[in-house]
Design a protein around this ligand. Structure first.
Ligand code: 4AD
Ligand code: MG
Length: 478
């Protein structure tokens, strides 16, 4: 058996002096031919390994370079050096894999996030990305724990579908047809009958519609999977492939939906704060350092941990879309013509508007409800005013929209009428409409963009830095 090792995190936590232990990991630095800082990814804290004179020959010492992997056995002793309580006094050192320092791109110095994005296959080995992806893991785990504790069923909705859930038409097509010689129908359009599925298909933009089928049997389900959007938005908040959590609840109205979303967000933040405090403290310090180079007015008002604790301990603001527009129209920002995009009832709020509401006006997460029906999807429940739908978006400081959801239209006739108005082919959606034909119930749900949540909790500012391998327009490396 090879894996007779103790993880560094456990070793540092227990700090059992005198214990004989084996560790394995990657060398971060090697000082004075004597002190190795070893990291195995379990924590950002390195284990100091002391290589006493005579333990290893000259040739072996030369191979202990930044990035090399080693196995070290020794005894845990109290450390006299600064920065650590314990260190490993080595009795044996074995090189597992060499790393040519001339060629290794990760030097023991600060690299820019842009540079690290280009070597995303190696960036997990840095402190920043070590912390970010351990926090990402914790958040994912907390998602499952939250819903499992509440008795929700985790439903795996399909990745390949023939429907466009959001009706937004921003889909990646899936086909096995020869692209250089597409079969055509007599009217010139593509003949999909020879395609793999015998019809046009695409990658899913949302698991919601299938989620609704589950909710109208299990009462409460959630999905957590990759979703794909071919929107050509090259921003720090958009990915072409992102992960989304979509709970769907029968017997819920818009208010139940908001309550669940708020509880859920607070739960996963609380989980990460409690279980990943070391990493979040590291990210908090990183952010403070990063912001030192910014002008005063561009810096965050709160530190990362302060911000997360504030969100945990305060109710989200809840306002209607109509109230939001009024706030914007009455703001001095608007009067001084500081918004780039127009403000009037009916607009799809731009990120500058959302951020004004959250960061300048309320200074906390805001849930905006009851949007104009014309800017929202066909499945949202129509309000009695004939103009708005029972939608809700949650806007978060520094991020903008983090959740989008709604109460669903459960009345068959109203749904069919709306689909007709929006040119959604009802014949292809019979399976969906069946939920409204056979024991329809009031129900609601929402989608949380997982990467936007990870941005919020880690204080990172570019969405490319919180997913292992980002897919964005003109970029599909690794
Ligand atoms: O608001 P959206 O489009 O809502 C839906 O897809 C609904 N079917 C959800 C539901 O009710 N079950 O997307 C939901 C969330 C957004 O609020 C945002 O956080 C995230 O998904 N999102 C993206 N994240 C990263 N990159 C993109 N291109 C995103 N598009 C949406
Ligand atoms: Mg949305």
């Amino acid at each position: 058996m090879f894996n007779k090792r103790t993880k560094i995190k456990q070793l540092l936590n227990e700090a059992s002096i005198g214990k004989e232990t084996t560790v394995m990991g990657w060398v971060r630095t090697f000082r004075n031919n004597q002190f190795i800082a070893l990291n195995d990814g379990s924590t950002n804290n390195n284990l100091q390994i002391v290589v006493e004179l005579g333990l290893a020959d000259e040739a072996t010492l030369k191979r202990i370079t930044t990035g090399a992997s080693i196995k070290a056995t020794g005894v845990l002793v109290e450390s006299l050096g600064k920065g650590q309580k314990v260190e490993l006094k080595a009795t044996a050192i074995e090189i597992l894999g060499d790393c040519d320092p001339e060629k290794y791109p990760l030097q023991p110095k600060k690299h820019s996030l842009e540079f690290l994005r280009e070597i995303a296959h190696l960036r997990f080995r840095t402190n920043t990305f070590g912390a970010v992806f351990r926090v990402r893991h914790a958040l994912a785990f907390a998602v499952h724990q939250f819903f499992n504790q509440k008795g929700f069923v985790y439903l795996h909705t399909p990745i390949i579908t023939a429907s466009d859930a959001e009706g937004a038409g921003e889909m990646f097509q899936v086909t096995t047809l020869p692209l250089n010689n597409l079969p055509k129908q007599s009217n010139g359009t593509i003949d999909f009958s020879d395609d793999f599925f015998g019809k046009a298909t695409n990658l899913t933009v949302s698991g919601q519609l299938e989620g609704e089928l589950g909710a109208t049997a299990f009462s409460e389900i959630y999905t957590f999977g990759p979703t794909f959007r071919a929107e050509n938005s090259n921003t720090a908040r958009h990915l072409a492939e992102f992960w989304m959590i979509e709970p769907e609840m029968a017997f819920n109205d818009l208010e139940d939906n908001m309550n669940l979303a708020e509880e859920f967000i607070k739960y996963i933040i609380g989980y990460a704060l409690k279980n990943n405090s070391e990493d979040i403290e590291f990210l908090d310090a990183r952010l403070k350092e990063e912001e030192k180079s910014l002008p005063q007015d561009k810096r965050s008002e709160f530190g990362l941990i302060e911000k997360l604790e504030f969100v945990l301990n305060n109710a989200f603001e809840r306002i209607t879309y109509t109230e939001a527009i009024d706030i914007l129209l009455n703001s001095s920002h608007y009067k001084k013509k500081k918004f780039k995009y127009e403000v009037s009832w009916g607009i799809d709020m731009q990120s500058e508007h959302e951020r004004y509401l959250v960061e300048k006006h309320f200074k906390r997460p805001v849930i905006v409800t009851d949007y104009p029906k014309d800017i929202k999807a066909f499945y949202m429940r129509q309000n009695d005013d004939g103009k708005t739908v029972a939608a809700m978006d949650i806007l978060a400081p520094g991020i903008g929209e983090i959740v989008g959801g709604s109460q669903r239209e459960e009345r068959l006739e109203k749904l069919e009428t709306r689909m007709k108005e929006m040119h959604i082919p009802a014949e292809e959606m019979n399976w969906y409409l069946d939920t409204r034909r056979f024991g329809s119930v009031p129900h609601a749900g929402f989608g949380l963009g997982f990467e936007r949540m990870v941005l919020f909790v880690t204080g990172m500012t570019n969405i490319r830095d919180v997913i292992p391998f980002a897919r964005t327009p003109k970029n599909c490396e690794f």
